[in-house]
Design a protein around this ligand. Structure first.
Ligand code: ADE
Length: 223
C-alpha cells in the first residue's frame, strides 16, 4: 500500500511514522508513506496555502490551487483508490472503515487546516471525508496519523502473532477482554485464577464472556 499525505505542516507527521509498528511496516516495504509539503505547490511568492474567506469572517481558508496542483501531480504518477479529506464533519472512523481501507492499494490523505478548505476541493477533488471523532483538532495531521495507524496495522504481515489484529477490540463487534501479566499477585491484587489454570478452552470461554460483559457495560450500542 502507498499513502500520500498532503499537509502544510509536514513536521507534525514525522514522529508517528518513524517509530514502532508504522516504522516497521515501512522498513518491511509493506507500506510506503510519503508526506508532501503543500507549500511546494503554491505559486504565490510567499508560498502561502491559504487566503481570506469570501464573504468575510474570522479565519483563513485553504486555497484550492496548491491542493489541486499537488493532487494532479500525484494522479499523473499513480492510480488512487481514494482521495480522503480529514475533517470533523466527515464520516466517523470505525474499525469497519479501517478494515475496508486496509484492502486498498493507493490512498491520498489531505489534512485540513485553518477554517477548512475551499469547498470546491471537497466537491471536485476529494472522494471521501473522514473524521476521527466529534471534536475539533487544530488540523488534520494528527487525524491523518490516527487513520493511517488504524489502517496500516491491519495489512497482512505488519503485525506479528503476538500483536495480531484479530483479537483487537471491535474486530468481532466486541471490546477486548482484560489482560494481565506477571506478577500473579501485586499488593494483594490477584490475577483471575482461570488465567493461571493452563486450560485453553476454559480461558477462551472466560475471555469471550468478559468481552460480552464489557461490551454490554461500556459499549452497549455495539451489541
Ligand atoms: N480535523 C480537525 N478535527 C478533525 C477530526 N475530528 N477528525 C478529522 N479531521 C479533523
Amino acid at each position: 500500500m502507498r499513502i500520500d499525505i498532503i499537509t502544510c505542516l509536514p513536521k507534525l507527521l514525522e514522529s508517528p511514522f518513524s517509530d514502532s509498528i508504522l516504522k516497521r511496516a515501512q522498513d518491511k516495504k509493506i507500506v510506503e508513506v510519503v508526506v508532501h509539503d503543500l507549500r511546494i505547490y503554491s505559486l504565490d511568492k510567499h508560498k502561502s496555502t491559504d487566503d481570506y474567506a469570501f464573504g468575510g469572517g474570522a479565519g483563513m481558508v485553504m486555497s484550492i490551487e496548491p491542493v489541486d496542483r499537488c493532487i494532479s501531480s500525484l494522479k499523473e504518477q499513480l492510480l488512487y483508490d481514494e482521495i480522503i479529506y480529514m475533517s470533523p464533519d466527515g464520516e466517523l472512523l470505525t474499525q469497519s472503515l479501517a478494515n475496508q481501507l486496509s484492502l486498498k492499494k493507493n490512498l491520498i490523505i489531505l489534512c485540513g487546516h485553518y477554517k477548512g478548505v475551499d469547498e470546491r476541493v471537497r466537491e471536485h477533488l476529494i472522494t471521501r471525508e473522514i473524521s476521527i471523532g466529534d471534536y475539533v483538532l487544530s488540523g488534520g495531521e494528527l487525524a491523518a496519523a490516527v487513520l493511517s495507524d488504524a489502517v496500516i496495522r491491519l495489512i497482512p504481515g505488519v503485525l506479528n502473532d503476538e500483536t495480531s489484529a484479530l483479537t483487537d477490540s471491535f474486530q468481532d463487534g466486541l471490546v477486548a477482554p482484560p489482560v494481565y501479566t506477571r506478577p500473579a499477585e501485586y499488593k494483594g491484587w490477584k490475577v483471575p485464577d482461570i488465567l493461571l489454570s493452563g486450560h485453553e478452552a476454559k480461558i477462551s470461554e472466560w475471555r469471550h464472556e468478559e468481552s460480552v460483559n464489557r461490551t454490554k457495560k461500556r459499549r452497549p450500542k455495539l451489541l
